[in-house]
Write a protein that binds this ligand. Structure first.
Ligand code: ADP
Ligand code: ADP
Length: 224
């Protein structure tokens, strides 16, 4: 399955041209979306995640028409927004259980098994009975990934996920993400060149709403 973005255009009501005729082909694996603040990365991520509309253009994911069949996309999407900011005083297990129920997993035993697997994957199993509000920044982001992965998404979008994390936490986060990228489309939006170089085989550079480069990371970012 591939994500195909074609001639996507978006102007906000304040006149900012956030997406200027964006076309991209995003294959399975880790895909880096690199650009400075204000480049249009979040606008693109939010549009793919069906959270905002474009003015024109199309997005297809396999045989799903993303802009016109939002329900179908939401079933196979994991999205970790920038400043994922709700840290309730609920335990990790209870929170994931509620989210899984909302996603339609009605069998309690199935949910229990899925949540255990997710919390082990993100190394939070031993903290499962702590409130998410008590987690450190790195733990919260790993929890965010567990939340993203409920229902085995085909497409995972993470927007500037390592802002404020120390190097150790950042590496732990990226190791988990790389593992997910082995059989999923993972789009990593970031302004940090080093992250894309280390993690992503394919990438695009965007600025002022335009795609300046799209292709192999090795062709774009020479070893320094
Ligand atoms: P649209 O053109 O899609 O209707 P709006 O201009 O109405 O978008 O803004 C939508 C929301 O985004 C509003 O809540 C607004 O406050 C917020 N917003 C406005 N300008 C910015 C900006 N520069 N960056 C981020 N959010 C903004
Ligand atoms: P990035 O994620 O690369 O920082 P954004 O997509 O957030 O870029 O923003 C692209 C441009 O659109 C910026 O100039 C930003 O101020 C503007 N912008 C973002 N959201 C809104 C909004 N809702 N309303 C108006 N302008 C916006």
């Amino acid at each position: 399955m591939e994500l195909l973005i074609k001639d996507l255009d978006k102007k906000y009501s304040n006149g900012v041209h956030a997406l200027d005729n964006v076309s991209l082909t995003i294959p399975k694996g880790m895909f880096g979306l690199l650009g400075p603040n204000g480049a249009g990365k979040s606008s693109l991520m939010r549009t793919i995640a069906t959270l905002q509309d474009a003015d024109s253009g199309s997005i297809t994911l396999g045989d799903i028409d993303v802009l016109n069949d939002k329900q179908a996309v939401r079933k196979i999407l994991g999205y970790l927004p920038q400043e994922f900011g709700v840290y309730p005083r609920t335990t990790a297990v209870d929170l994931l259980d509620n989210l899984a129920l909302l996603k339609g997993f009605e069998n309690k035993a199935d949910r229990k098994q899925m949540i255990e697997q997710l919390l082990v994957k993100v190394n939070l199993w031993e903290h499962r009975k702590n409130a998410v509000s008590s987690y450190s920044g790195g733990m919260r982001q790993r929890f965010g990934i567990a939340q993203c992965l409920i229902g085995s998404p085909k497409l995972v979008i993470v927007d500037e996920p390592t802002a404020g994390l120390d190097p150790g936490e950042r590496n732990r986060f990226y190791n988990i993400l790389s593992e997910i990228g082995e059989n999923t489309i993972v789009i990593l939006s970031t302004h940090i060149v080093q992250d894309v170089r280390e993690l992503c085989t394919q990438m695009a550079v965007v600025d002022k709403g335009r795609v300046l480069f799209a292709g192999n990371t090795d062709d774009a970012l020479l070893e320094v």
